[in-house]
Design a protein. Structure first.
Length: 328
């Protein structure tokens, strides 16, 4: 999971080496997120339950990030930030769990396209709860992007199948993730990524403990385990869940969120190609149309935001360029 809004400063004085590294990090995160949807769809529900994948991501990522944190200098968390981290953990449970549930019935390609709409939700939430000003042109961009997301759901004729429920889960996932981004905005500016995420993942794991009872009685992973499903699950835990969270902030510092955001438009394309290549999903005419509509809306809103900002003032990276996360 994780789309990035391009309403921030550019890479600046990163240097040639820094630009190369930054672009490589951006490309690898886009690839990881692009592979995340087909990997989930390949597992759910044939090999592993949706609950099993979600909880494996949460508890697995918590362990990995805490191990990594042993090699990182510790930072003291301010008293006022603890409640934000708990709230962030709660929303992370929401979007990780609902994201997995969507794959029970929805198309992997549909989910990837719907999640492209997420940056507009961040703008909307900030406008409602933080009273940030939104121009008329931004509103038009949001409406266009929303129309694209709605087109995915309606054009596929999903009302007679479970795909409608899956698509709605993808919308809920986008809302939860956008809320997470807004909550984590302040702390993400004050702490290093590893030190921040170790607490967010820990609180997420604690909150998710009751969900262990949602696992099927016949176990989350089939007993006759084959190597491919296990490798896919490990990939989901280590790369889209851990790697992308950790490397996105350094990539932003090296190349800027504007350039990084362009890589995120590769995510649905990668998802589509991989899903069709491995016969995980089927291609439909409405999918590229809806994707173009959403991207057009996002880019129009970003253009309006950039136009409204002073050209002689360095713009501080906002929350949508602090993560990535697809979360997915």
């Amino acid at each position: 999971m994780g789309m990035i809004n391009n309403t921030s400063s550019k890479g600046g004085n990163a240097g040639v080496k820094g630009m190369i590294i930054g672009n490589l990090l951006a490309l690898t995160t886009a690839i990881c997120w692009g592979l995340n949807e087909p990997a989930n769809k390949a597992l759910i529900p044939t090999w592993i339950s949706a609950s099993g994948v979600a909880l494996a991501r949460i508890f697995g990522a918590t362990i990995v990030v805490w191990v990594i944190s042993l090699f990182v200098k510790k930072e003291k968390i301010l008293h006022g930030d603890w409640k934000l981290l708990w709230a962030a953990g709660l929303t992370m449970v929401g979007f990780v769990y609902v994201f997995s549930l969507a794959f029970n019935t929805a198309s992997a390609i549909d989910i990837a396209i719907i999640l492209t709409f997420q940056p507009m939700l961040v703008v909307l939430i900030n406008a409602i709860f933080k009273h940030e000003k939104v121009s008329k042109l931004e509103i038009v961009g949001m409406l266009i992007a929303f129309a694209g997301a709605l087109f995915v759901i309606l054009a596929g004729g999903n009302f007679d199948s479970g795909r409608l429920v899956g698509d709605l889960f993808a919308i809920i996932c986008s809302i939860s993730y956008a809320t997470y981004l807004v909550l984590i905005e302040g702390p993400s500016k004050r702490y290093g990524t590893v030190n921040l995420m170790k607490w967010v993942f820990l609180f997420t794991a604690i909150i998710a403990l009751p969900l262990l009872f949602t696992l099927p009685h016949d176990m989350a992973i089939v007993t006759d385990t084959k190597p491919v499903p296990v490798l896919l699950l490990l990939f989901i835990i280590l790369f889209p869940t851990v790697y992308c969270y950790i490397v996105t902030p350094p990539a932003i510092k090296l190349i800027g969120s504007e350039l990084l955001s362009f890589y995120q438009y590769l995510v649905p394309v990668i998802t589509c190609v991989v899903s069709i290549l491995f016969k995980i999903d089927t291609f439909h005419w409405y999918q590229p149309v809806s994707f173009v509509i959403i991207v057009a809306g996002v880019m129009l809103a970003n253009y309006a935001k950039a136009k409204a900002q002073p050209h002689d003032k360095e713009i501080t990276d906002n929350i949508t360029s602090k993560t990535n996360i697809n979360s997915k």
